[in-house]
Design a protein around this ligand. Structure first.
Ligand code: MEV
Length: 318
């Protein structure tokens, strides 16, 4: 009897964009953090064939989203093609706590987890550069023209400062503050949000939206300085300013604005949408851990379907 190959698991975490979403698409700076509070697991095992794919997503919501299955299939194809391996005789299952289409890097994370699992299954070494290359290919197929920020953040373990076309710069967090993440429960399509800004820019005689994009990039640079100086109050102000610009660029929505306002009213130092917007998640900054509990309650009362907390001091999240 033929010996079955051992099943293999690949993992990936979500991501949070602290500053610079959308601006990063135009070559402006951005800052993003790995978000290990939400994780994705891919398991590859032997199967009689044909290729079998099972997805179990956050509250089962991906079941009605064919585009998620499509991006998963593309990521699998990219990984298997790179190894020159056939598609049959595999069973690939995904278990994800990363809500899809909520600005948390779900599509990049699925590519990271699947690629890691497939390379492990075929006992092939996978360097970070190679992983990044494959995930970027899968992301380009799924999203058109992504900046690469999601691929970098979901495949790495450090916060990053990133500008498209430049090497990303990992850095350590040392701020005495916390981010509370609130999920609106509304899906937001990153591809459409990115396209809507491109359309605005194209339709304008004056560079109104482009100037806002440029300001968002400068705010990301300021935010980096404030993170280094442990100045949470100033970081909060840059977050508020960034949210206002993202509203003006048309990528916020009613649910995001409600949560951002509720967070500010409850005393958050700053609050903004995170990721592609038009739904998805927002983040709010607070100085004390004790305040994170009250803020989560406030956000849930204002309509958040889920909340999380992550520390800006070191890798501590829950
Ligand atoms: C999506 O997570 C972030 C965006 O800036 C798009 C991108 O970077 O490709 C909106």
């Amino acid at each position: 009897m033929l010996k079955m190959k051992e099943s293999k698991i690949g993992k990936a975490h979500g991501k949070i964009i602290l500053m610079g979403e959308h601006a990063v698409v135009y070559g402006e700076p951005s800052i993003a953090l790995p978000f290990p509070a939400v994780e994705m697991l891919a398991t590859v095992r032997e199967n009689e064939g044909p290729l079998r794919i099972d997805c179990s997503y956050y509250h089962g919501i991906a079941d009605e989203m064919p585009e998620i299955l499509q991006s998963l299939k593309k990521a699998i194809k990219v990984a298997l093609d790179s190894l020159d391996k056939p598609y049959e005789n595999l069973s690939i299952s995904i278990e994800s706590a990363i809500p899809p289409e909520r600005g948390m890097g779900s599509s990049a994370a699925v590519a990271v987890a699947v690629t890691r699992a497939i390379y492990q299954y075929y006992q092939t070494e996978l360097s970070h550069e190679k992983l990044l290359e494959l995930v970027s290919i899968a992301e380009r197929i799924a999203h058109g023209n992504p900046s690469g920020l999601d691929a970098i953040t979901t495949s790495g373990s450090s916060p990053v400062y990133y500008r498209k076309g430049h090497d990303f710069v990992p850095f350590d967090l040392q701020m005495d503050a916390y981010l509370v993440v609130g999920d609106t429960g509304v899906t937001g399509q990153t591809k459409e949000a990115v396209q809507s800004i491109a359309d605005r820019i194209q339709q304008e005689d004056q560079p109104i939206s482009l100037n806002k994009i440029h300001t968002l990039g400068s705010l990301a640079d300021h935010a980096r300085t404030f993170l280094e100086k442990n100045d949470a109050v100033s970081l909060g102000k840059t977050m508020d300013h960034a949210h206002q610009l993202l509203v003006e660029l048309g990528v916020s929505n009613k649910e995001l604005d409600t949560l951002v306002k509720a967070a500010k009213k409850a005393g958050a130092l700053g609050a903004k949408l995170t990721g592609g917007g038009r739904g998805g998640c927002m983040i709010a900054l607070v100085a004390n851990e004790a305040d994170t509990f009250a803020l989560q309650k406030t956000l849930r009362e204002a309509g958040a379907v889920a909340t999380w907390v992550t520390s800006l001091k070191k890798e501590e999240s829950r």
